[in-house]
Write a protein that binds this ligand. Sequence first.
Ligand code: NAP
Length: 287
Amino acid sequence: MITKIIDGRKIAKEITESLKTKVEDFIQKNRITPELAVIIVGEDPASLFYVKMIGKTCEKVSINFKEHNLSKETSPEELLKLINNLNKDKKISGIIVQVPLPKHINQDQIQEVVNPSKDVDCFNPINMGRLALGKPEFLPCTPYAVYELIKRENIEVEGKHTVIIGRSNIVGRPMALILLQKKEHANATITVCHSLTKDLIYFTRQADILIAAVGKPEIIKRDMVKEGAIIIDVGTNEVGGKLVGDVAYDEVLGKVSLVTPVPGGVGPITNVMLMQNTLKAAEKLVN
Ligand code: NAP
């Protein structure tokens, strides 16, 4: 079987180009430039790198980017005050509070304070609740990237047995909710697996569509996937200085009908979906 290999960078470029035009139209019509505020507390290297990438993506689509770098000693009160100011600031369309936060700050409490209309990461429980009810305002960026990829590749999902490995609030859980929606490119039949799932292979072998969001290098082997399955690999794991996915990519080639590589699959699309959410938030503010 010939396996189709998805070029996530190409998809990200296409979305970026069309988004840039949409943002420029928005600016011309409303005389306001969408602005994304990112708060980072402390100096976690992975977070600093991620925020730098967000800044670059903002620049590509003409969205203003404002970084708030706070020291790791920042008190919860100071952080709350900043978020409240950004919530009220009419210039700010979207707010991200980069996680992880230092241990003395309650992450759940902070995420609840971000104005749901500016919550472009979709971390506020109100937005997750809306998604759970099938009436989402925003979609969390990583599963949104997978959904966008499914749409663009015209992958048939309706009624298909979709097995998601991982139930985190950032990836696995919202992924299941997105594909459960009564909507085009959704309506899937979903199984969600996690670390306590017994006999994982029993489920993965049944998957028409397999979405891996585990964080364990190449845990999904050739014998675990069905012939002709669609494999979407969200995992990003560093092994010996190289990025690898949760799927043993070389092994599944020739057995499955479609696969997303790591790197170069879902990853590049994620930040672009954040821009999509920021434009949506800006539109809400003017309407
Ligand atoms: P996470 O919070 O650590 O969640 C991992 C999930 O995998 C958990 O639900 C866990 O089960 C499950 N799991 C762990 N070991 C397992 C096993 N042996 N068998 C079955 N399930 C197992 O991670 P995450 O934030 O969701 O991220 C998952 C992966 O996606 C990571 O590699 C991360 O780097 C990557 N990621 C990529 C992007 C992107 O491409 N843009 C964005 C975000 C994350 P329990 O719930 O029982 O612990």
